[in-house]
Design a protein around this ligand. Sequence first.
Ligand code: PXL
Length: 291
Amino acid sequence: MTEQKDRQKRVAVIQDMSGFGRCSLTVALPLLSAKGICACPLPTAILSNHTGYPSFYFYDFTEQISAYVEEWRKMALFFDGIYIGFLGSEEQIGLVERFIRDFKREDTLVILDPVMGDHGETYATYTSAMCREIRNLVAKADILTPNLTEACILTGREYRQKGWKRKELQELAEDLTDRGAGKIVITGIEQGSFVSNFYYERDGEAGFIRRKKTAKSRPGTGDVFASLVAADSVNGMDFPGAVAEAADFVRACLIESERQRIPLEDGVCFERFMYLKRTCAARGSGRGREL
Ligand code: PXL
């Protein structure tokens, strides 16, 4: 039987559920849904709020994952995308590798946002063993979306906030493709009054998507960015196009969040932009306005 051409896409989203602070699943699920994708969460941890706040409740979901996934296996589910973000334990990395082995079909895209840290520091629940093990997942990723801190951790380079030359970024990206990743976008590179994203496709294009820095950086923007790149890629958009749309969307969210004086740690009010034409599934439907 031939597959219906406009069949709805389905993506497994492997990340934590944080009740407050706009990150991971609470960002990924609505954004993927708005892109017309059926998003299926596989929680890695349950938190009251993200780890950037001074205090948080953290429930590691590792022990539940096998039984949870076994039910999906019984249902013979398949996915057009497997999108991985914040993980809860070192052991989960092996479970994710197994998930990819069991659920990846020939045309399934694996999108890895190697969430580990930002601004040169690792997040509170990430151990050095976890960071080391995440390198194993890089080899399985069709698309990898590290920020500069994470790209440095993955390749064993020293982090610095500023002064990255194109040649260095190209070498960094090549190092990651040598480790097995297909397409890379390194996010949040400060270049004077701009914030750049450097994209690199093995055997393909490379370049900068640069946007004027107009607001302070905030947590969760990496999750918004990766979710849009994941959704657009699964929907068949070219990689530079997906990166550019994500960069525009994050910038609009940052500006609006600052205008509304939302506390920095509460992330970005992406919900305000969900109806916009370029970001919702009904692209070209005539509703909403361009970013
Ligand atoms: O935005 C990345 C992220 C995801 N999930 C949790 C986090 C963070 C960053 O702090 O704490 C729980």
